[in-house]
Write a protein that binds this ligand. Structure first.
Ligand code: MG
Length: 260
């Protein structure tokens, strides 16, 4: 019956080969762990590496790279590679509007990022003009904005994957209070210059799930959607959108593909 539907035995053979290749490509490009590699309960399966957690969920675990702990911005640079002009005060760093977005010297692929931020209690404005900033992996932005009471378009709220996906809920704390993002970024995979697995973001805002393994349709853009362009590892960026904002306690864990 199957043969009659799609043609001769030879055609069926080709069809099966094509299916096999497609399945192989999926296995190559999927983020899913390969369960078929190990027998259930196999003792030969490598044991997970030991990691000492921080004292609280927001403290860096032992395998994290600390990007900012209040000391200095030695892990960061301006867009042109010069020293950032943002001000370190106490345990936080404050955006100096007009001095530019800052980015990490190191670049990252798949990663777990923790960052805390506080909006400016003295800021005036509305919509996108109230304590606007952003946490980026390269050109992919998780929006930072004071949307505690401030109304704006949903895909531009705090915790939005800007211009694409609004947060699942509005988990904003009141203006001026410290808030957190915990972000899991999976970089896009490319083959022959084409994207075969889009970038995904999972985001917790103040511990609340606001993005659930959401697949981006391309880089962050304003007003129109733009297509993916092939890239490798990317720096983490904190945006200078012209507003005074604070950041503190920033750490990142690289998610090693070989251990999946
Ligand atoms: Mg922004």
């Amino acid at each position: 019956m199957f043969e009659r539907l799609i043609g001769s035995r030879r055609t069926v053979g080709k069809f099966v080969v094509v299916l096999g290749v497609a399945a192989g490509m999926l296995a190559l490009t999927s983020y899913a762990r390969d369960l078929g590699k190990w027998k259930q309960h196999s003792e030969k399966r490598p044991a997970p590496e030991k990691v000492t957690p921080g004292d609280s969920w927001s403290d860096a675990p032992s395998d994290a790279i600390v990007l900012f702990d209040g000391d200095d911005l030695s892990e960061w640079q301006s867009g042109d590679g010069s020293k950032p002009k943002w001000k370190v005060k106490g345990d936080y760093v404050e955006v100096v509007p007009g001095t530019g977005t800052i980015k990490t010297k190191k670049t990252f692929g798949d990663a777990q990022l923790h960052v805390e931020w506080a909006t400016d209690p003295e800021a005036e404005g509305h919509g996108q003009h109230l304590s606007n900033s952003g946490v980026f992996f390269g050109s992919y932005e998780v929006q930072v904005l004071d949307t505690y009471k401030n109304k704006t378009y949903p895909d531009g709220m705090a915790g939005a994957l800007y211009g694409q996906y609004p947060p699942l809920v509005n988990a904003c704390r009141p203006t001026g209070e410290w808030q957190s993002f915990d972000i899991v970024y999976r970089r896009p995979r490319f083959k022959d210059g084409e994207v075969v697995q889009p970038a995904t973001f999972t985001v917790f805002h103040n511990g609340v799930l606001v993005q659930d393994a959401e697949e981006l349709v391309g880089p962050t853009s304003h007003g129109k959607r733009t297509p993916y362009r092939k890239h490798g590892d990317l720096p983490v960026k904190l945006q200078d959108h012209g507003h005074k904002l604070r950041f503190r306690n920033i750490w990142i864990r690289e998610l090693d593909e070989s251990k999946r």
